[in-house]
Unconditional design. Sequence first.
Length: 356
Amino acid sequence: MFRVVFQTISVVSTETSDRPSVASQRAGKTRHIILYAIIILGAVFFMLPGTEYSATTITSPAAETRAEKFRVDPRRAYDYLVKICRIGPRISGTNGMAEQQKVLLEHFGQFDARIRFQSFDVAHPQTGQPVRMNNMIVSWHPDAKQRVVLACHYDTRPYADRNLIHKRATFIGANDGASGVALFMEMAHHMQNLSPTYGVDFVFFDGEELVYQPGDKYFLGSEYFSKDYRDNPPGYQYVYGVLVDMVADRRLNINMEKNSLKYAPELTRDIWQKAKELRVDEFTMSRPGRFEVQDDHLPMNEIARIPTCDIIDFDYPYWHTSKDVPSSCSGGSLAKVGRVLLHWLEDVPAPQPRNQ
Ligand SMILES: [Zn+2]
């Protein structure tokens, strides 16, 4: 994600009280010990990698049958996220990015999918030297003439520049970068079992955040992809687009985003409705459109004119900091988003006629 335009900040007040008696101090200490024990146990539980941390949800029998069909695996999804992060930073044009592409080629090469790269050069924002960008496109049912595009960015920001200090520290991008990649790697296992309404393309955008300082251009990959789709119409049409970003937050909370509702209201409501049916309560319908995010869905909507929504958790506390690492992420969260998307892909409604 590049930027949240509007966000509320909740402030938690610390409790103060009048001076207590000795007896109540003792009782207070006991309460504190119990409280600390609960907090420590809770923290240990939270630290388990890939653990489902949220309350168990009750699933309707119909949804359960279909959930079984897909068997989205939180542990495997988390392992993919770790595997990508172990490469280190994946900044556009670097060895880390090349290594990631190798891993993804190997991974998606196991499945019955067509893989191609969409390459172009941009001037490096600092040196002016050309940087080779590569959007990666993995196509399922490549012959289908009507398609859905699921996209994420797979480059990482050059620095953890929202750190309070050390603003030039290494940025790993577990949630902001690897989460979308890991989600699609896990979804690949289920694409053969899927009877989708449309052909499906997974698109990995390069150059979403080749940003060294304010004013540097971003959305490079999505902009190139969108202009190419507009200017060189392929032999197929994208009926819908879904962008995912920051979908591995341990405390997953996905609101309906303002630009998604503006450009793709039916699609957005349909996906949230699917989540509701599956009891994936992390897709919240409260206060729709309260947050506006600038992300790769803007070029997809505005240039390519593909109605596209952004599935994004934009209250991740470690955004653009050194703490955006796998232990801040959850395989359970990835699996929930994966289930919603797989079920939705089987039931994508025909789009309403559009006003051009
Ligand atoms: Zn970012």
